[in-house]
Design a protein around this ligand. Structure first.
Ligand SMILES: Cc1ncc(COP(=O)(O)O)c(C=O)c1O
Length: 400
């Protein structure tokens, strides 16, 4: 490094050398414990973001650290060309906690899982019904990722417009509107993809009747139903999978964010009738299913699928929701969501609230222009919820 660079702080370095695809607040995070993060000046932040619904077990978890230490001493990568134990063990555990699923396919991120699910659906439809059954149905307000296929199913002009032409063959229906879904889903459709709770779109849970209608329509038109549980899955709602609240089972499910405690991972869970059309060479990726990541994910899945852990998430989430509803602010219109995936609908822009949070030592995130998204580490305590609510209440009084 040149002398000049060694005197630059991380914010200056970032501004000079990183593609400016993000705008970040003016502090540098460098440590964390439990549900708290700490910046380089020693200031502590209660974290209601969890690295965008990733850090479910919080920071400094001893079992995660021990697993990483143990696996770090062995080869970090073998590739998918060879057998290794952690990837096989995790697949079995995931199938155990997922009643509809028979098999697992590994990826590295949420978007990649949705890409894989689209490819599996197209191949499945082609093998069973021939060409011409290749369309995918997604919904208004959906977010399925930034890669070209996932982006094509993410109907937000700001995300899509600069990158056209997108992957063709995606149709849209209105979220939570069974009639709209019925108009759009026909025999030319190979798959329907839906988030049981829309995350980026503003924390909107799917209605029971909508989920039932999607299952009926996909059966009627021989299409596969894909649940995108990248944000709402893995304990976040107080159940291991968010869709368990509906009694509706998909043919494929994509999960990612919290699965490996902050390491990159994605999984597509599938039924046997989907898995049977995928053969060696049909789809792949260099890194996915690596030993360190899957060993860590095995710990995460074991811990989070424990009924006592899930019960605690459900209770803490209900308490959090109640406490936010009690905040005496004219700016709160509604609190929605399940477990520790809550959306606070404001009548003012969320941006200034998020910014004021930094001063108050509270990390907040928006979901759209006027919704605060509350997605803390799942291990957050009721006492910490009280602190968060106190700070949020002060912020709302101040920005109003
Ligand atoms: C529901 C949903 N699907 C897919 C994705 C994309 O996941 P990733 O950012 O890991 O590619 C996200 C990310 O926020 C998401 O919330």
């Amino acid at each position: 490094m040149t002398k000049e660079r060694t005197t630059m702080n991380p914010i200056q370095l970032e501004q000079q050398y990183l593609v400016q695809a993000y705008s970040r607040p003016p502090f540098v995070l460098e440590n964390g414990e439990g549900a708290w993060l700490q910046d380089s000046a020693g200031k502590r932040y209660l974290d209601l973001v969890a690295g965008i619904a990733v850090n479910a077990l919080g920071y400094g978890d001893p079992e995660i650290a021990a697993t990483i230490r143990e696996m770090a001493a062995r080869p970090l990568h073998y590739s998918n060309l060879y057998h290794s134990e952690p990837m096989a063990r995790l697949a079995a555990r995931l199938v155990d906690v997922t009643p509809f699923a028979d098999r697992v396919h590994y990826q590295n991120s949420g978007a990649e899982c949705n890409e894989a699910a689209f490819k599996f659906a197209r191949k499945w439809a082609r093998e069973h019904y021939g060409e011409g059954k290749s369309d995918i149905v997604a919904f208004t307000g959906a977010f399925h990722g930034r890669t070209m296929g996932a982006l094509a199913a993410t109907p937000r002009p700001k995300y899509q417009e600069p990158y056209r032409p997108l992957m063709p063959g995606v149709r849209f229906a209105e979220f939570n509107n069974p009639d709209s879904a019925a108009e759009v889903i026909d025999d030319g459709v190979c798959a329907v993809i839906v988030e049981p709770i829309q995350g980026e779109g503003g924390i909107h849970p799917a209605d029971d009747a909508f989920m039932v209608a999607l299952r009926e329509l996909t059966h009627k038109h021989n299409a596969l139903l894909i649940f995108d549980e990248v944000q709402c899955g893995v304990g976040r709602t107080g159940r291991f999978w968010a869709h368990e609240a509906y009694g509706v089972l998909p043919d494929m499910l994509c999960a990612a964010k919290p699965l490996a405690a902050g390491l990159p991972i994605g999984v597509v869970l599938v039924t046997e009738r989907v898995a049977e059309i995928i053969h060696p060479g049909d789809h792949g990726t260099t890194f996915a299913g690596g030993p360190l990541v899957t060993a860590v994910a095995d710990v995460v899945v074991r811990r989070i699928s424990d009924p006592a852990f899930l019960k605690r998430v459900e209770q803490t989430g209900a308490y959090f929701k109640e406490r936010i509803e009690e905040i005496n602010s004219p700016h709160i219109r509604e609190v929605r969501g399940r477990g520790l995936m809550l959306g606070v609908q404001l009548d003012i822009p969320a941006g200034p609230v998020v910014n004021a949070g930094y001063e108050q030592g509270l990390l907040l995130l928006n979901a759209g222009p006027d919704v605060l998204r509350i997605i803390p580490p799942l291990i957050i305590s009721q006492a910490e919820v009280d602190i968060a609510v106190e700070r949020l209440s002060a912020i709302l009084a101040q920005v109003g």
